[in-house]
Design a protein around this ligand. Structure first.
Ligand SMILES: [Zn+2]
Ligand SMILES: [Zn+2]
Ligand SMILES: [Zn+2]
Length: 156
């Protein structure tokens, strides 16, 4: 989905929930959409938003992120550094996407397919637990780092 279309859809979602999209909130949202793959922290979002809208304060950015989280437009995630990061939920996705965290280079890849349908069934049947969402981060070595390891001769 392109950024303009995504922004339009999110605006409708906010409007339906009774939230006004002020220019400052819109600037925050735009930063999230433009950096969809980046898993930015509140601080990083603030700095990028400030470039678009120099008047914005950190508190406004925090408040906007809280609203977007409540409305399930974004999800809060954290990886190895423990910092809260904000991640746009994929349009139409029922459950949160998965992450592949590389322990060598720190890169984070996303898997959009759920892949857990069978696991969810087991959880529901064996534990009588109704699954509404999940967080899954795989820790390991990404394909690029594996390649690098193979081509770099090891020191004796
Ligand atoms: Zn993500
Ligand atoms: Zn699922
Ligand atoms: Zn890597």
């Amino acid at each position: 989905m392109n950024t303009t279309l995504a922004l339009k859809k999110t605006k409708e979602q906010l409007h339906d929930s009774g939230f006004k999209l002020t220019p400052q909130r819109e600037a925050t949202l735009l930063v999230l959409l433009e950096n969809e793959k980046d898993h930015l922290s509140a601080e990083e979002i603030y700095l990028l938003t400030k470039q678009k809208n120099p008047d914005i304060g950190l508190a406004t950015v925090y408040r906007t992120l809280e609203i977007l989280t409540e409305l399930k437009i974004v999800d809060k995630v954290s990886f190895n550094d423990g910092l809260a990061r904000y991640d746009l939920r994929k349009a139409g996705a029922k459950h949160f996407h998965h992450h592949l965290l590389c322990l060598e280079c720190g890169s984070i890849q996303e898997i959009e397919e759920d892949l857990l349908i069978d696991v969810e069934k087991v959880v529901e049947q064996q534990f009588g637990f109704q699954v509404s969402d999940h967080r899954l981060t795989f820790h390991g070595i990404c394909a690029a780092c594996q390649k690098k390891k193979k081509t770099t001769p090891t020191q004796p």
